[in-house]
Design a protein around this ligand. Structure first.
Ligand code: SAJ
Length: 413
């Protein structure tokens, strides 16, 4: 496209600032995005299929756990700038932020995106901008455009990159990758994100933006797999992996991540599979990394059994259930997977999870009890640390004397 032509598009876009935006999917990404747009003066209509989420948000409260988000949602709702509804209504821009899990055989499941597209189709008008934020396989934005054809719309793919627990800081501060199906789609999406993003908004095509998001999470997965593989090698060679990594990281160009009981959450444990699915013959390292990380919970289980081999009817303290430190999210959590397996063995378990009020349903069993940290450690033969919550690091080490310990995160090391 000629410079002049781009300039004309840019000029015409600038004449039409966004006044009303709809966000489809009010979860960990959609709700903060909706709230931050609303606090910048945009009229925002959030759409969700979950009646509980709608009701909670319209009361100025939130149905998820994220620091400072409730205050922002509360003020946006009270100022009349944000409302949650079940049925989409007309707007100038639609941001789709729905889940993209995988199904059988690690194949991406785009059904939530397809449903979102179908739900907005009746209210779309020519000239509307549709942005996909959900982490998606390469080609998904093109598919979205096909589902919504033949309407005259602009499309862009703009992946979220925020870290749970730090969403409000990162949603503003992080750079944004904006991939348009056309240059006009990209420029219009940039105009929208610039309302609240203080980082740079970098423009590309939709396929590159889709792959950028997948690459970031695959990069992290491969690096965690390296650390997890090192932990196995170190166990075999009787070396303390935490000390090893600390020393290796003193090299100016080495930055090894931390081993753990496996990789959890709904992003890093999922997204690399989208690359493997799209390019199975080439994505060998990425696939192996997934397998290394997915096998770690089984390795931890074998370590537990080994530690307990001489103890009859042992009591095991399991410290942590969430998928990572200092959050309440147990989706795809390796800690939960390990505790569920131990529970199936009918072991007497004392579970400590300071971020949950009660045990998840799968652990509501007579031989599994949720307790305080000191209580669990005092009664346990074996203490298995699964999540590096700050509270666990603060434990008085004298409680651990005489206990068998399996520390999968190097907190007590
Ligand atoms: N983990 C380790 N060792 C490490 C780091 C992490 O075992 O050294 C484990 C964690 O315990 C957890 C899993 O990896 O089980 C994932 O945690 P995380 O903190 O690495 O990532 P998420 O899933 O919370 O968020 C990631 C982020 N992506 C990257 O850092 C590249 C975030 O920026 C993305 O926005 C998010 O995925 C997403 O939504 O895709």
């Amino acid at each position: 496209m000629q410079r002049r032509e781009l300039y004309n598009i840019y000029w015409s876009i600038m004449q039409h600032p966004f006044k009303k935006v709809s966000v489809i999917g009010l979860g960990y990404i959609g709700l903060p995005t909706a709230a931050i747009l609303a606090t910048h003066g945009i009229e925002v209509v959030g759409v969700d299929i979950n009646p509980h989420a709608i009701e909670t948000i319209n009361q100025g409260k939130i149905h998820i756990v994220e620091p400072d988000l409730e205050a922002m949602v509360h003020s946006a709702v009270m100022n009349g700038k944000l409302k949650a509804v079940a049925k989409p209504e007309p707007a100038e821009c639609f941001i789709i932020a729905v889940p993209t899990p995988f199904k059988e055989g690690h194949k991406p499941d785009l059904s939530y995106i397809e449903s979102a597209a179908k739900s907005i189709a009746p209210v779309l008008k020519p000239g509307n901008l549709v942005i996909l934020e959900s982490t998606s396989p390469v080609g998904s934005t093109e598919k979205l455009a096909e589902w919504l054809a033949p309407l005259d719309l602009d499309f862009a793919y703009c992946p979220e990159r925020v870290l749970p627990g730090h969403i409000l800081r990162e949603i503003v501060g992080n750079d944004r990758i904006i991939g348009g199906l056309t240059p006009k789609g990209a420029l219009r999406a940039k105009q929208l994100y610039q309302i609240f993003v203080k980082g740079e908004c970098l423009i590309t095509d939709a396929r590159t933006a889709e792959m950028t998001k997948l690459t970031e999470n695959a990069f992290r997965d491969v690096n965690i797999a390296f650390a997890n593989e090192l932990s196995l090698i170190c166990d075999e060679l009787k070396i303390n992996v935490w000390e090893l990594i600390r020393f290796a990281n003193r090299h100016p160009r080495v930055k090894i991540l931390q081993p753990g009981p496996g990789v959890g959450g709904h992003c890093i444990a999922v997204d690399p599979w989208f690359i493997v699915d799209s390019a199975p013959r080439s994505a060998r390292l990425i696939k192996t990394a997934r397998e290394v990380n997915d096998s770690k919970p089984h390795y931890v289980l074998s370590q537990v059994k080994d530690k307990l081999k001489n103890i009859k009817n042992p009591t095991v303290a399991c410290l942590g259930l969430s998928f990572k430190a200092d959050i309440d999210d147990i989706r795809e959590s390796p800690a939960l997977e390990i505790v569920e397996h131990l529970a199936k063995e009918k072991m007497h378990l004392l579970v400590v999870e300071p971020h949950l009020e009660k045990l998840p349903k799968s652990l509501c069993l007579p031989h599994v009890k949720m307790t305080r940290l000191d209580e669990a450690v005092r009664a346990a033969d074996l203490v298995v640390l699964l999540v590096n919550h700050r509270k666990f690091a603060e434990l008085d080490r004298s409680f651990l004397q005489g206990k068998l310990i399996l520390d999968t995160r190097g907190v007590f090391a």
